[in-house]
Design a protein around this ligand. Structure first.
Ligand SMILES: Nc1ncnc2c1ncn2[C@@H]1O[C@H](COP(=O)(O)OP(=O)(O)O)[C@@H](O)[C@H]1O
Ligand SMILES: [Mg+2]
Length: 240
């Protein structure tokens, strides 16, 4: 079993040997939930003691708006542009940052490519609709061309009733399997708490809705253990 990336956190709460991990949150389609997922992953990492920086390269700067609304300690957040992310990444290494998350705009292929190139791994966010999944094909082509470990997070899915997925979700999962996509084992459901939590820069993990809190904790665990750790191992193999 792989050790989670967060296992390298030292007693002072910062990475012991400090390899910066970078995650790009992408989807060439707008409104899929990139900002919701990016801010929640940044908050999850922060709440677990990782020194976290979110770089928002979407000109709409929604992630920056969300994290600026937070009271008290939280992940750092800066706005940037695709062409400047590398400089931000180098600065983050100097500041002993553990995790860099890049929130990206929809549709701007150059910026999204830049984010993927600089990332150890990519999280693609998709709603369970055929239009969103069709649009994912382009995003997928980018990730595959750049040979990055990746995962697809299905977001805004209706809640399963008594363990049975709604037909739209079943259809979406079948389409994703057909495209041979690595689907995250955690589906993020459509819940109003995701909208209300971010108004005050908080994570659903900090709100009373336990179902949403469990969802985000499970998503973080998966990204931490399966994706970032896999990327670390892959990189070590390349360098060996
Ligand atoms: N799981 C969810 N449940 C409920 N609302 C969501 C969820 N994910 C995203 N939203 C809402 O959908 C809209 C678009 O989400 P956002 O994260 O801004 O997408 P993107 O960054 O991809 O454009 C926002 O209003 C957001 O609050
Ligand atoms: Mg956004």
């Amino acid at each position: 079993m792989r050790a989670p990336f967060s296992a390298i956190v030292g007693p002072d709460g910062f990475g012991v040997d400090g390899p910066l991990r970078t995650l790009a949150v992408i989807a060439l389609k707008g409104g899929s939930g990139k900002t919701t997922v990016a801010t929640h992953l940044a908050l999850a990492a922060h709440l677990r003691g990782l020194k976290t920086l979110l770089v928002d390269i979407d000109p709409q700067a929604s992630s920056h708006e969300v994290l600026s609304a937070r009271q008290g300690p939280g992940p750092e957040c800066v706005t940037s542009a695709g062409s400047k992310v590398m400089a931000t990444q180098l600065a983050a290494v100097g500041l002993k940052t553990d995790l860099l998350i890049i929130d990206t705009p929809a549709g701007v292929v150059e910026d999204v490519s830049e984010a993927i190139v600089l990332a150890d791994a990519a999280v693609m966010v998709v709603r369970p609709t055929l239009l969103d999944i069709a649009a994912l094909a382009r995003t997928l082509a980018l990730v595959r061309r750049l040979r990055k470990p990746s995962t697809v997070v299905v977001n805004q899915a209706p809640v399963a009733r008594e363990g049975v997925e709604a037909p739209v979700v079943k259809r979406a999962l079948r389409a994703l399997e057909y495209m041979r996509l690595p689907i995250a084992p955690v589906i993020v459901r459509a819940r109003s708490v995701y909208q209300t939590a971010v108004e005050t820069g908080r994570s659903a993990e900090e709100m009373p809705d336990q179902a949403a809190a469990r969802e985000i904790a499970a998503l973080w665990d998966y990204v931490d253990k399966a994706l970032l750790q896999a990327a670390l191992e892959e990189q070590a193999e390349v360098e060996a």
